[in-house]
Design a protein around this ligand. Structure first.
Ligand SMILES: Nc1ncnc2c1ncn2[C@@H]1O[C@H](COP(=O)(O)OP(=O)(O)OP(=O)(O)O)[C@@H](O)[C@H]1O
Length: 244
C-alpha cells in the first residue's frame, strides 16, 4: 500500500554512550506511516534510551534520527510527536483537568478545540469523574491514563509510548489498544515499548532489543516462522535473548 511506504521515523547507526558504557549500539530502522512498531527487550536493554532519542527528550552520541524528514532534535517536529514517558510527567498539585489544559495550551491547541478534545480524552481514559481532583490523589494507573490523554491532546502524527499499559487493568488495556488501532487506521505511527506478550502480537513489526542492539526486527508472524517458535517469547530466546 502506497501510504505505508512513507517513512515517518528513520534511525541510522544510533549510538548512545553514558561514560564508557555503550547503551545503544549501532541501531538502524525505519517506521512507516500508519505502522505500530513494538520494542521488546529485558529491563535495561536500552528501549527507553532509544525512544527518548526519537522523541528528542534524550541526546545521542553518534548516528542520526530523522522524524518527518527532519533531523532530531527539531523544534518544528516536536509538536507533531506525542510522547508518553515511563515516569509520569504531571503536575501533582493541579487537577487532571488543569494538567490537560496546561499541556494543551503548551502544544498550542486553541481553547475551544482544547475543551472539546479534553472532554473526549477524559472519557477515553475514564477519568471524567476524577477530572477535578488533584493528581496527587490519583492511583498509579490513573496517572498513566492521564499521561496517555496528555500525549494524545494535540493529535500527533507520531505517538511514542513507553510502557503505556503498566498498572492498567486488562479491560482498560483492551480499550487503549482499540484506540491505538483506531489512530493507526487514521495514519498515525506508533512506537511502543512493552513487556506484555499479547500487546506484542498487535504490533505490525516487533524489534527485539538486547544489550543496546536490535537483535531482530520483523512481523510477529515472521519472527516466529524464522525461529520455528510458537510464541514471541520463545522467538526472542532463539535470537539470543534472555527471559523478558
Ligand atoms: N542518564 C543515564 N546515565 C547513565 N546510564 C543510564 C542513563 N539512562 C539510562 N542509563 C542506563 O542505560 C541502560 C538502558 O536503560 P533503559 O532505561 O534505556 O533500558 P530499558 O530497556 O528501557 O529498561 P526498562 O524496561 O527497565 O525500562 C541501563 O543500564 C541504564 O542504567
Amino acid at each position: 500500500m502506497e501510504r505505508d511506504q512513507q517513512v515517518v521515523v528513520e534511525v541510522r547507526g544510533l549510538v548512545q554512550e553514558f561514560g564508557k558504557r555503550r547503551v545503544l549500539d549501532d541501531i538502524s530502522f525505519a517506521v512507516h506511516r500508519g505502522e505500530i512498531l513494538g520494542l521488546l527487550g529485558p529491563s535495561g536493554s536500552g528501549k527507553t534510551t532509544l525512544v527518548k532519542a526519537i522523541a528528542a527528550i534524550g541526546t545521542y552520541t553518534a548516528g542520526e534520527v530523522t522524524v518527518l524528514g527532519e533531523r532530531m532534535p527539531s523544534l518544528g517536529k516536536i509538536g507533531r510527536i506525542g510522547y508518553m514517558a515511563q515516569a509520569d510527567a504531571l503536575y501533582q498539585d493541579l487537577t487532571g483537568l488543569d494538567n490537560l489544559h496546561f499541556f494543551g495550551e503548551l502544544y498550542g491547541v486553541p481553547k475551544k478545540r482544547r475543551t472539546e478534545r479534553i472532554a473526549e480524552l477524559l472519557e477515553l481514559v475514564q477519568l471524567t469523574d476524577a477530572a477535578k481532583r488533584p493528581v496527587q490523589t490519583y492511583s498509579g494507573g490513573m496517572k498513566r491514563r492521564l499521561s496517555l490523554a496528555v500525549a494524545l491532546l494535540h493529535q500527533p502524527e507520531l505517538l511514542i509510548l513507553d510502557e503505556p499499559t503498566v498498572g492498567i487493568d486488562p479491560v482498560l488495556r483492551r480499550d487503549f489498544w482499540q484506540e491505538f488501532l483506531r489512530l493507526q487506521a487514521q495514519g498515525v505511527s506508533i512506537i511502543i515499548t512493552t513487556h506484555v506478550m499479547d500487546e506484542a502480537e498487535h504490533c505490525n513489526r516487533l524489534g527485539l532489543v538486547r544489550d543496546g542492539k536490535m537483535m531482530a526486527l520483523n512481523t510477529p508472524e515472521a519472527l516466529k516462522t524464522q525461529t520455528g517458535a510458537s510464541t514471541i517469547e520463545e522467538a526472542f530466546l532463539c535470537f539470543g535473548g534472555v527471559t523478558l
